[in-house]
Design a protein around this ligand. Structure first.
Ligand SMILES: Cc1cc2nc3c(=O)[nH]c(=O)nc-3n(C[C@H](O)[C@H](O)[C@H](O)COP(=O)(O)OP(=O)(O)OC[C@H]3O[C@@H](n4cnc5c(N)ncnc54)[C@H](O)[C@@H]3O)c2cc1C
Ligand code: FES
Length: 272
């Protein structure tokens, strides 16, 4: 059930110069949130910024009502959220959107994170690794530089095997995370293994993931980050083109997503 609450900041941790981990008390949302869902947060009680800002749920603790958000500062809204002090409150709407469907038990899983896109994948990795029959999880995490490989130890700790990739080689392997996904899918294909892939990160990365998975005939779910207005499916401000033969030509990231089957989206027509 979607709830609107005033959530109190219980803990603030500056994880890198541009990332803050916020723990808020939001029991109604924490009780229902699934990996891949997000909250829509009002960054200020004033009218600037006017619109709420969407942030993925990174972790929940149903027993205490805690909900963790990983905030990367990119503009005024995220700066206001990241600067919150303990005891401050935010108006939160959530949990919103459609999360990641879990694969059938026994399916190997590959999680591909780009930058702050790691947040919902940490939540997913926790769900997969604590399932009754835990999954074999391959984690791939890419970022521009070491600074943007935020919370990688938390992600790695939930994976069976893990590779960190930076574009400048400052940590882990040098290159693009999708280069390593290509190698991984080729190795799996030679063993006749078909993993299910889950990805969240910048759009070009997701497009490359969709392309590679289509080549290898592998099921892939991608979580999109788009500008949002209402966050609840009413304004059509977040639509992206669908590739499905039936149904609407455009789908709403906030309501029909943010998680989509990669093959259901029209990547050629995707706006930047
Ligand atoms: C479903 C969803 C989940 C998200 N989860 C997280 C998360 O867990 N952690 C996190 O730090 N961020 C997340 N984001 C992105 C976050 O919502 C934006 O960074 C934030 O709204 C920017 O607000 P701002 O006022 O700081 O920036 P603005 O001043 O509004 O914009 C600054 C710059 O940020 C970029 N930007 C702004 N909004 C978006 C957006 N929605 N998508 C892509 N680029 C954007 C643009 O390049 C813009 O130039 C998520 C977005 C969506 C849609
Ligand atoms: S943000 Fe309004 S429909 Fe998606």
């Amino acid at each position: 059930m979607i709830t609107s609450i005033s959530a109190r900041v219980e803990r603030r941790e500056q994880v890198t110069p541009v990332h803050v981990l916020l723990r808020v008390h939001a029991p109604e949302i924490a009780a229902d949130a699934q990996p891949g869902q997000f909250v829509h947060l009002r960054a200020s009680e004033a009218y600037d910024p006017l619109l709420r800002r969407p942030f993925s749920v990174m972790r929940t603790e149903a027993a205490t009502g805690a909900l963790d958000l990983l905030i990367q500062v990119v503009g005024r809204g995220s700066r206001l959220v990241a600067d919150a002090v303990t005891g401050a409150t935010f108006d939160l709407l959530g949990p919103l959107g459609v999360g990641f469907p879990l694969p059938p038990p026994g399916t190997p899983v590959s999680l591909v994170a780009g930058g702050v896109g790691v947040a919902p994948l940490i939540f997913l990795a926790e769900a997969l690794s604590s399932a009754a029959s835990p999954y074999e999880i391959t984690g791939l995490f890419g970022a521009r530089t070491a600074e943007f490989l935020c919370c990688w130890t938390e992600f790695a700790g939930r994976c069976t095997r893990f590779t960190a990739v930076t574009e400048d080689g400052s940590t882990g392997q040098q290159g693009l995370v999708t280069d390593f996904l290509a190698q991984h899918l080729a190795a799996q294909a030679s063993r006749r293994v078909l993993p299910t892939v889950y990805a969240c990160g910048p759009l070009p990365m997701l497009a490359a993931v969709a392309h590679l998975c289509s080549e290898h005939e592998v099921t892939a779910f991608v979580s999109l980050e788009r500008w949002m207005g209402c966050g609840v499916g009413a304004c059509l401000g977040c639509v992206v083109p669908s590739a499905r033969a039936e149904g609407p030509r455009y789908v709403r990231v906030c309501k029909d997503g943010p998680v989509f089957l990669a093959g259901d989206l029209d990547w050629q027509a995707m706006p930047e």
